[in-house]
Design a protein. Structure first.
Length: 460
């Protein structure tokens, strides 16, 4: 029994079916979960349009211009209503694809809200008011998380919005205030600015992306401000109020910021209330996240958990891996515990920021001893051809063995460029091994090989 149809749920269902188990997925909000319906797929679809606008911004340098740039009809504008319609259409199509895949693999999908009735029994409350009890040898809880709100900043779905509500916009905001400078806030702020919207980013910390590589965050903040975004650091939100078409964000120091819309990016809370976890013996922490070990086991025998409801690392890829590991473990297949030092992640801003393995912060505080090399993308021939000035490649390797233990890529399509570094980290390749693999000339990936060459130690 799998409670939740997001990446942690449907990916684990496919593994369990592959290994011969009878699998039932209980889903209430649509297969694919928030990753497909309200988060990753929608936001990255929106960002795909924003990327096109960002690329168009470099077009004059590349020799591309409008036939009559002074004519009103020649302006490049975005129809946000059409963009959002496409976003929702693609999300729905992806959800249907997942449903068809599960059906082909023999997985039973039950629509309703599942809750534990002891460790080996799930009660499904259906929309028609009936309920069904299903016995199971193992239960996986993969119920995800929801946007965090505050009593002083309640979304209304029209002008004050969570990141799940922005796709209902049919008109273009005149001025958008984004509260929160973590990954979600930075991504939406970057995207909406690229779409031609006046954006103010309110950050309670001293810089954007406080949890990411500091060098990368510095590059991003410089680019965002250069392109016209107002970034308000060390500015903590006290409240958000609406008066007609005007939204006012009041800061704790008394300052106010006004705009037409406000996007709240204040983090997430786990969807674990009302699941019967306590009665089943499943321990949660003070914030409500399910406590799991590295093979996704909870404190209750036969009950596993995966994804955002565990709070381990809120990425769709991690949720899917946690779910797969749970099934491999329970069904006796070969399994390796979750290793967060091999997880690659990406911030879909412009430029993108991709990371894997050990971080600069860990090196700086002495958690790991590593040599570091940073190589600017501005010196890369392909980047020059594409008009790319901002970004870099950074690699970390162990001083004795030369093994690559981490990396950062900042630039266009960093989410693709990080993959060779991710392979190096996962397989404990040395800088020399990474450097000696052929790259295409010219290519942005050539900078990864060049950075690896700079980590070479001559041994006479």
């Amino acid at each position: 029994m799998i409670i939740g149809g997001g990446p942690g749920g449907y990916e684990s269902a496919l593994v369990a079916a592959q290994l011969g188990a009878d699998v039932v997925v209980v889903d209430s909000d649509g297969l694919g979960g928030s990753a497909v319906l309200t988060d990753c797929v929608p936001s990255k679809t929106l960002i795909a349009t924003a990327e096109l606008m960002t690329d168009f911004g470099t077009a004059p340098e590349l020799g591309i211009g409008l036939l009559d740039p002074d004519a009103e009809a020649a302006r490049v504008v975005v129809d946000l209503g059409r963009v959002n319609a496409r976003v929702l259409r693609l999300a729905a199509e992806q959800s249907r694809d997942i449903g068809r895949r599960l059906e082909r693999e023999g997985v039973t999908v039950v629509v309703g809200r599942g809750r534990l009735d002891g460790p080996e029994r799930v009660v499904v409350d259906k929309a028609d008011g009936t309920s069904e009890t299903i016995e199971a040898d193992a239960v996986l809880v993969a119920t995800g998380a929801a946007p965090r709100t505050l009593p002083t900043a309640e979304p209304d779905g029209e002008r004050i919005l969570t990141w799940e509500q922005v796709y209902d916009l049919t008109g273009t905001p005149e001025k958008l205030i984004v509260v929160g400078s973590g990954v979600t806030g930075a991504e939406f702020a970057s995207a909406y600015m690229a779409l031609g919207i006046d954006v103010v980013l309110v950050s309670s910390r001293d810089r954007v992306l406080p949890g990411e590589d500091a060098d990368a965050a510095e590059v991003l903040e410089e680019v965002l401000t250069r392109r016209g975004m107002t970034v308000m650091n060390k500015s903590r939100m006290a409240s958000v109020t609406r008066d007609g078409d005007t939204v006012t964000v009041t800061l704790t120091d008394g300052r106010t910021v006004t705009g037409s819309h406000c996007l709240l990016a204040l983090g997430s809370i786990p969807n674990t209330a009302g699941l019967g976890l306590e009665s089943a013996g499943v321990v949660t922490d003070d914030a409500g996240f399910v406590t799991v070990d590295r093979v996704s086991r909870t404190s209750a025998r036969g009950v596993y958990a995966a994804g955002d409801c565990t709070g381990i690392l809120m990425l769709a890829s991690v949720a899917a891996m946690q779910g797969r590991i749970a099934m491999w473990h329970f069904l006796g297949d070969a399994v390796a515990p979750l290793d967060l030092k091999k997880v690659s992640s990406n911030v879909f801003t412009a430029p993108e920021i991709a990371t894997v393995g050990w971080s600069q912060r860990a090196v700086d505080v002495g958690e790991i001893v590593a040599e570091v090399v940073r190589l600017e993308l501005s010196g890369n021939p392909r980047a020059k051809m594409q008009g790319v000035r901002d970004g870099f490649v950074k690699l970390f390797c162990r001083p004795g063995t030369g093994i690559i233990v981490g990396g950062v890529v900042v630039g266009p399509r960093a989410s693709e460029l990080i993959h060779p570094v991710s392979i190096a980290v996962a397989e404990s390749l040395t800088a020399d091994q990474l450097a000696n693999a052929f790259t295409v000339y010219p290519s942005n990936s050539g900078s990864i090989a060049e950075a690896a060459r700079r980590l070479h130690h001559h041994t006479p």
